[in-house]
Design a protein around this ligand. Sequence first.
Ligand SMILES: [Zn+2]
Length: 436
Amino acid sequence: MTRPILLRGGRLIDPSQRLDDRLDLLVVGGRVAGIGRELQPPEGAVVVEVSGLVVAPGLVDLHVHLREPGDEHKETIARAAVAGGFTSICAMPNTRPPIDDPAAVGFVRAEGQRAGFAHVYPVGAVSVGLLGEEMTEIGELVAAGAVAVTDDGRPVWDSSLARRVLEYTQAFEIPYFSHAEDLRLSANGVMNHGAVSTALGLRGIPNAAEDVAVARDCILAELTGGQLHIQHVSTRGAVDIIRAAKARGARVSAEATPHHLALTDEAVRGYRTEAKMNPPLRSAADVSAVRDALVEGVIDCIATDHAPHHYEDKEREFDDAPFGVVGLETALGVCIRELVLSGRLDLADLIQRLSCRPASIARLAAGTLAEGAVADVAVFDPDERWVCNPDEFSGLSRNTPFAGQELVGRVAMTLVGGRPVYDRMGSKRVAASVSR
Ligand SMILES: [Zn+2]
């Protein structure tokens, strides 16, 4: 059993309880045992001074790719998660082999538990082999621990399959996560279609490839009453469609990534493969619409779409390089810089979108510091400025478009189930180790 921990004197922000105040947090037996002023540490407790730091529910990422494309160990990714303040991550099923049967779901869960960093929640495949044809045994996947289904990496191109998934998932009260893309419209494009793609002579992916697919899924969510979650929204058109579907009462939620909130397709200039992802970085008008939608609540939450790749893979020609960037270790610093410093969101609103809201979408026991809750906690300095140096990442992959940029806000300590699994403060803030 881990020792009790008293986090003393921090700014405790927990939107699930509408708390934002200078309060101590006491963790005993892996759970939140109390919140209050000047709490007394129990016998054997470690007291950590966290004045000047924010104490928040651990961050929740609905969109993480484990061991993609082949061999980055899950443990390293879970380590990267907690270095970024994430205590719960949802693992996408497009691994090799894919997570399309109960044994694979159980394997991902067990590996996550064994690694002992962030909680790893498997997301099962919609279709066998991710081929978009035969539906998986969704009930069995859920029984084995899947918290949602998706064919992420690829769309569910068959509309009748998408309809059936939105019908079936209701029996198990799980959402369908949609990678919304019309592959015929994206037509093997490698970046956003626009002035930059023309200048670079690269094949463009039009906004319509996303808009058309988002519209179809929203229509099917309304038809079936199923719970739809749109992944990585990147276009202003998709935002408008989601807003309208929500207004009509459809059970639709949506996520945006930090990179789509922060960067435009200008980042691709110089054929920078670390800015190659799918959906691609879009225009300034799209970034502005996605930000507005996040502030407004039309886009519910932030998810990283963390996708590790080997250095050599990203060193290829732009056309041949794989899609995807890492994001777990930069998400908080990018989001505070882009959204909080600009005055668009306050810290509580940001934590809502990085923790409480994603937890509720996938019905995870996370996103709260209520008494009795599992003590998943992120402690961070909201003002610390630091330069993103991928060589210092806890994860193995370096493919980030934020390298060399100044980010604002940095994780100091992460607790998972009351255990310090990441600690950049070392012993310097440990005020006392209480023993009697
Ligand atoms: Zn995707």
